[in-house]
Design a binder for this molecule. Structure first.
Ligand code: AMP
Length: 285
């Protein structure tokens, strides 16, 4: 596995590699590192598709707010590389911040409207940072496909809009949420949780499941589904609710009547840690 640190190296790898490919293409898996099974599921999806896979590890400063966890975000580069190599990743792109944001960098990508809903509302500027770094990664890696997790469902909506609006020649592949055995969605931030907080954090997956069950039982009123999810979250005094929303996944606009394919999304703080979860509402369990 090659470790690449410059945009030129990544672009050369991608161009040389695609010349040698008979089918499939270049698969890019963007991450911020501190890898877990959720990230690895994206790599496996790319491998299964037959892509030559590059993963990026870059803790992107522009998607963090001033009082957020950029400085203390977990950085486990050597362990991450071992995991990626074992999954058959061919190239890891791990640039320094100046490689992505050289002195004088002044261009940012704002996905209007959708970029300020859900997490974009709670974390102003977050999706501007995400859209900007992903656009740069696409320009550098020139991937055929890029793999993202449904775990960050609002991010997926923003990136679909980005790709459509900027006419980017890349296919987005969205992979299901990988959970711990007890239901907690895997996240690099789960390692911030104390044992007590880890137990309280189960309220998220319970809330999402309760909302889904309510929908599957025939409830189509968004407010009723929201209320069911909210009830699960407020059972725990350690959980501070950021949002509970039922939205159209494409636009992130709230809906009143819920249909299959709408998104139930929740975000909370457990202690100092912000956690998110969601599900795409579907008729049957
Ligand atoms: P991050 O390193 O948190 O920026 O995540 C990198 C990619 O992994 C994003 O596309 C996430 O949506 C995805 N991801 C993170 N956690 C999970 C999970 N539990 N299941 C599936 N994908 C995930």
């Amino acid at each position: 596995m090659q470790v690449l640190t410059t945009v030129a190296e990544l672009r050369n790898w991608s161009r040389n590699r695609s010349r040698g490919l008979l089918s499939a293409g270049i698969g890019l898996v963007p991450t911020m590192g501190a890898l877990h099974e959720g990230h690895l599921s994206l790599v496996r999806a790319a491998r299964k598709r037959g892509d030559a896979v590059a993963a990026s590890i870059f803790v992107n400063p522009t998607q963090f707010g001033p009082n957020e966890d950029f400085e203390r975000y977990p950085r486990t580069f050597h362990a991450d590389c071992a995991l990626l190599e074992a999954e058959g990743v061919e190239a890891v792109f791990a640039p320094a911040v100046v490689e992505i944001y050289p002195a004088g960098a002044a261009t940012f990508v704002d996905v209007e409207g959708i970029g300020s809903r859900l997490d974009g509302h709670s974390r102003p500027g977050h999706f501007r940072g995400v859209a900007t770094v992903v656009a740069k990664l696409f320009a550098a890696a020139e991937p055929t496909r890029a793999y993202f997790g449904q775990k960050d469902a609002a991010q997926v909506a923003v990136l679909r809009r980005l790709v459509a609006d900027l006419l980017l020649p890349v296919e987005l592949v969205v992979c299901p949420i990988v959970r711990e055995a007890d239901g907690l969605a895997m996240s690099s931030r789960n390692r911030y949780l104390s044992a007590d907080e880890r137990a309280e954090a189960l309220a998220l997956s319970r809330a999402v499941r309760a909302g889904q069950n309510t929908f599957a039982a025939g409830e189509h009123d968004a407010e009723a589904i929201r209320a069911t999810a909210l009830r699960e979250l407020t059972r725990s005094s350690a959980v501070r609710v950021d949002y509970v929303a039922v939205v159209d996944w494409a636009t992130l606009e709230p809906v009143e009547r819920v249909k299959q394919g709408h998104l139930l999304a929740v975000a909370v703080h457990v202690g100092a840690t912000r956690l998110i979860d969601n599900c795409i509402l579907h008729a049957e369990e």
